[in-house]
Structure formats: structure tokens, C-alpha cells
Design a protein around this ligand. Sequence first.
Ligand code: PCA
Length: 124
Amino acid sequence: MTTPDSDKLIFVYGTLKRGFCLGHYLKGQIFLSDALSTADYTMYDCGSYPGLVKAESGGVSIHGELWRVDSRCLKLLDEVEGVAENLYQRGAIQLIQPQVTEPVQTYFYQESVNQLPVVGDTWQ
Ligand code: PCA
């Protein structure tokens, strides 16, 4: 089966994961596998959700999930994640697992992380 060009691979690491409060927004999309980023990121605790940023130093590998989503879902996810309000921006992330040749995107946190606790490698 071929997939439309507009489909995208998305790495989710927080409330969009299966079983978490926004996980239902991925209903009907394709769960590919659990996934692990390269050790280049820091995840902060923003309260009831996490925020991922590219680390200046001391980055870790983040555990999340890899999904293939269609363009309609992606648009919805951008709304849910506050992209227009600049809470998150969608950008490329590097994975260790699984090894994929297509680009993978994730939601990077855009607000100040000063004072926010670091989560570690897994949001749970
Ligand atoms: N939702 C998105 C970004 C952070 C969050 O809580 C996710 O799960 O990847």
C-alpha cells in the first residue's frame, strides 16, 4: 500500500502517547513502534504536560512513540498543541530507534524553561 506524501512521521513523548490524556487525538492513525531519540534533548515538566527542547549540553535519549499521521490529523494536533500560540513548534527530531529514513517531527516547547524541573527520559 502506498501512503500519501502528506502523511508524516511524528514522535510523541507526552500527553499524546497511548493511554495519556490527549492520546485519543491519534485514534485511526498508525502506531509504528515505541521510539527512542538520540541523546540530544531535555524534557521539562511544564505541569500537566512535558516540554521537549534541544539540549545545549547534557541531553538525554527520550522515550516516546512513533506514529504515521495523515495531514488532517496533523492539523488537529497542531491546534491541540498550541502551535499558533507558539506554545510548541513542530520540528525535526533524530531517532536511534527505530531506524527510519524519512524525517521525523516532534513538538518542541517554545516557552521559557527557566525554573521548570527536568523530567528525565520518560513522561509517565
Ligand atoms: N504533547 C505532545 C508534546 C508534549 C505533550 O504533552 C506529545 O505528547 O508529544
